[in-house]
Design a binder for this molecule. Structure first.
Ligand code: AMP
Ligand code: FE
Ligand code: FE
Ligand code: ZN
Length: 285
């Protein structure tokens, strides 16, 4: 069983539509794929409608959080997408992404970059708008050669010249909200140091005590030593360990199924969840 529990579509900052993502996941030989767009569940319906036979969809989202000024991402799986409190929090975060992106456009204009909100809006194409869309605009304008090159202090990295904060949820509140909606939480890429400051182990221990289910260990932003350290931490704290690609289509270089999750861990996630069930593909109507 090949299980990839972290993928993005055009519902946020990926480049495959949800339907393309499902077809590509099947073509990559996956048995289970999770759709985890940033702060949104908008891709679910299209993904379910396009789900090929033999592929199972785990519905989810990647929630933007912040602890002690440090941004972090919380993966949430198999929660009830209609549950009002979690839905309201997702909307709050997602809606705040628009003025925030406009703020980054304004800062870029001040730096002499002729990017417009219309351009960013076109690139985001109705998805949950984020820095990768602004970064794509910078590539189009020839300001930087690649999306990754826009994530520096010169441009869009945390604290960078054109960076603007967005509303982000306290992770303890996220754990509480997801649980109340019947979902399971996994701290995404907890030691991705190239993105900036990372959350201390003491805070991860507090999250574990507050009901965090797992941490994502096998991820492209973790080197071999970091994975060993995180596995040890997970064992100590009784957390599940996942691995996943964090696929973003052509906006990042990682391919579907590059890292995967152990079937036993996947089984435990599905046993703990009560808000939604994995959707088996039937090959369409
Ligand atoms: P946002 O949610 O708008 O703050 O953007 C965060 C997204 O930007 C992440 O989900 C990644 O897709 C991308 N990202 C963050 N840091 C980097 C980085 N150092 N290099 C490339 N992409 C990044
Ligand atoms: Fe992303
Ligand atoms: Fe993330
Ligand atoms: Zn992600």
């Amino acid at each position: 069983m090949r299980i990839d529990l972290h993928c993005h579509s055009t519902a946020s900052d990926g480049t495959d539509t949800p339907a393309e993502l499902m077809r590509n996941a099947a073509a990559a030989g996956l048995d289970v794929v999770a759709l985890t767009d940033h702060d949104t569940t908008r891709g679910y319906a299209e993904a379910i409608a396009a789900l090929p036979e033999g592929l199972t969809l785990v519905t989810g989202a990647e929630l933007s959080c912040r602890i002690d000024g440090i941004p972090m991402h919380m993966l949430a799986y198999l929660f009830d997408p209609e549950e009002p409190a979690l839905l309201a929090e997702r909307e709050l975060v997602r809606d705040d992404r628009v003025p925030r992106a406009k703020g980054m456009v304004a800062k870029l204009n001040e730096l002499g970059v002729p990017v417009t909100w219309e351009q960013v809006e076109r690139i985001a194409a109705g998805g949950s708008v984020g820095r990768p869309h602004v970064a794509t605009a910078l590539v189009e304008l020839g300001v930087v050669p690649t999306v990754d090159d826009a994530f520096t202090k010169d441009w869009l990295a945390d604290g960078g010249r054109a960076h603007v904060d967005k509303h982000e949820t306290d992770p303890f509140e996220a754990i509480r909200l997801v649980k109340a909606a019947g979902g399971v939480t996994v701290f995404a890429h907890p030691a991705a140091s190239r993105r900036g400051r990372t959350v201390p182990e003491s805070a991860i221990a507090e999250m574990a005590a507050a009901g965090l289910d797992g941490i994502e260990v096998d991820h492209t932003d973790h080197d071999a030593d970091t994975r060993v350290r995180l596995r040890g931490l997970a064992a100590e704290l009784g957390l599940l360990v996942t691995g996943s690609s964090d696929y973003h289509g052509s906006r990042k270089t990682v391919s579907l199924g590059r890292y995967t999750t152990d079937p036993e861990v996947y089984g435990e996630i599905t046993r703990r969840a009560t808000g939604a069930f994995p959707v088996p593909g039937t090959g369409g109507p």
